[in-house]
Design a protein. Structure first.
Length: 252
């Protein structure tokens, strides 16, 4: 999952805590500033459950002006639509082209979409409802990732038909563009400007996934084998399963 999706996980992890007034993120520096009057250890415990390597830095940072809630909600909606759209598109083309790499990348986009959807759905709902939504999303993602890994194993043993490398490259490039647009929209809401350079930094995780699929496609062409595609699919499915475990940690 990308950094913006991780931001939404952090927000959901802190949603049930009392005494939090404002939360401000700097994704480029991977910092979060929290204006609160609750125990710091309680906040640290909530963040530790996400396994993102959170650590307390200082108590002197100043938080910026309040964000436009309506704009943030609209940005989340745009992010959800883009990620959900690419999830459906990549999954469809992945099935047609027989590429496990594209199917896995589609699930990665779907995982991001589910986080944005959870953030939108959690607004104004009770804590129990938030946990139910997170639990459903987490189990669904783990289930799909498991099915994907099983299919990777099956194809490596009993299926030698090659995927279409051209489809893999073209769709991965389009998905990369979609990720960049998503982060530009979210960053514009946070800072008032769309810094393209920062947006590319934010999309580092998704760039790696897209690059992995493109590399796998080149590997299919060079080796005339489906193994590179299967390896890429297996790696991405594992990444998605790990992200789903973070979501499930919020539902405990």
């Amino acid at each position: 999952m990308d950094c913006a999706a991780e931001e939404q996980l952090v927000r959901m992890a802190l949603a049930d805590l009392n005494g939090l007034h404002r939360i401000e993120f700097n994704l480029e520096q991977r910092d979060v500033i929290i204006d609160h009057n609750t125990d710091t250890a309680t906040i640290a415990s909530a963040l530790d459950s996400l396994n993102l390597g959170a650590s307390h830095v200082d108590d002197t940072s100043e938080i910026g002006p309040p964000a436009d809630t309506r704009s943030e909600r609209n940005a989340l909606l745009v992010a959800f639509v883009i990620n959900a759209g690419f999830f459906i598109g990549e999954l469809t083309i992945g099935l047609i082209s027989r590429s496990m790499g594209l199917i896995a990348d589609a699930l990665d986009m779907g995982a991001d979409a589910s986080v944005y959807a959870l953030s939108l759905a959690a607004v104004g709902t009770a804590a129990t409802r938030k946990k139910q939504l997170a639990r459903i999303s987490g189990y669904l993602q783990i289930g799909l990732a498991t099915i994907g890994l099983i299919e990777v194993i099956r194809r490596s043993v009993a299926d030698n038909e090659l995927p279409d490398p051209t489809s893999m490259i073209v769709v991965s490039l389009l998905a990369l563009a979609g990720n960049a647009i998503t982060l530009m929209v979210l960053h514009r809401v946070r800072s008032g400007e769309a810094h393209l350079q920062a947006s590319w930094i934010f999309t580092a995780n998704d760039i790696k996934v897209n690059a992995l699929v493109i590399t796998a496609a080149i590997g299919v062409i060079i080796t005339d084998s489906q193994i590179p595609d299967l390896l890429a699919g297996g790696i991405i499915f594992a990444v998605v399963a790990n992200g789903a475990q973070r979501i499930l940690s919020l539902a405990k």
